[in-house]
Design a protein around this ligand. Structure first.
Ligand code: UDP
Length: 259
């Protein structure tokens, strides 16, 4: 068997060379880490769930015109993606106070924010992903002002869409982290696209009725039931079966016409 060339190995994913130039294979591992790798465990089956959940979300976002790196799912743990130049920023969108925002500003966990807030962190594990401002981003050349505008507008569109998508599944989207990349197209034009993944590893998801956590905080806080929570997110989104979503399970378009 030909050994595939490994391009990059991160904490929860591996990137391999893809079958065509300009493509990569994104492989989801079971490794689960927190506190910049200080806490590390294997959660059997987590990679399979994140592959499916992220595929589903990227496809739905693609359908509303959000450009993404996703091409197709290949198997249980892998998807074919377009190769992009990753912008070295973690873009966090918040709807409700939690995590580091609650700690930093002394806000009660669970309090609704006056509006959605975007934060930037510089992707750098050695420095613990420090929070940065637009001034740092442009001064150090990580992205230019037009790219920052595009990233912010995409992040807000993604947030608006995901809040509704999750609410339809009885889940409150508290906050999430996304990454973007530059996709170079044939005529030397460049587009900013959504990259990486969107899964319970990088979102805060609370059950809308009980407030129970259904995301990686269960691992960070030693709450147990991590895999079960991810499974429940997948089940509610309707991604656990090979069959299409049953009719009537999602939002229903209401006609304004009488009769
Ligand atoms: N997040 C992430 N990767 C990181 C840091 C944060 O995916 O390296 C996600 C995290 O899961 C949460 C959101 O970004 O949904 C905001 O995280 P926060 O800044 O509150 O940090 P935390 O409390 O998770 O350290």
């Amino acid at each position: 068997m030909n050994k595939r060339r490994r391009i990059y190995e991160g904490k929860a994913k591996v990137l391999y060379e893809g079958p065509e130039p300009g493509t990569l294979i994104q492989h989801f591992k079971d490794d689960t880490t927190a506190f910049n790798n200080k806490k590390h465990e294997l959660i059997d089956g987590k990679g399979v769930l994140n592959n499916r959940i992220s595929e589903y979300i990227f496809q739905r976002l693609g359908e509303i015109g959000v450009p993404t790196h996703f091409m197709k799912r290949l198997n249980m743990r892998e998807q074919l993606i377009r190769e992009v130049e990753i912008i070295p920023l973690e873009v966090v969108v918040r709807n409700v106070a939690a995590g580091s925002l609650s700690t930093r500003l002394g806000l009660e966990e669970g309090s609704q924010l006056p509006r959605s807030i975007i934060e930037f962190y510089h992707k750098n594990d050695k420095l613990n992903d420090p929070m940065v401002s637009e001034e740092h981003i442009t001064a150090f050349g990580w992205a230019n002002p037009q790219e920052i505008d595009e990233v912010m507008s995409l992040a807000l569109r993604i947030n608006d869409f995901l809040v509704g998508l999750f609410l339809g599944a009885g889940i409150r989207l508290i906050d999430f982290k996304v990454e973007f990349g530059r996709l170079w197209e044939q005529n030397d034009t460049m587009r900013i696209v959504l990259a990486d993944e969107i899964s319970p590893d990088c979102c805060r998801l609370w059950d809308a009725a009980s407030g129970d956590k259904m995301d990686k905080d269960r691992f960070r806080q030693d709450m147990g039931g991590v895999l079960e929570a991810y499974q429940e997110v997948a089940r509610r989104l309707g991604v656990l079966t090979e069959n299409p979503r049953p009719r009537g399970a999602g939002p229903v378009l209401v006609s304004s016409k009488p009769g």
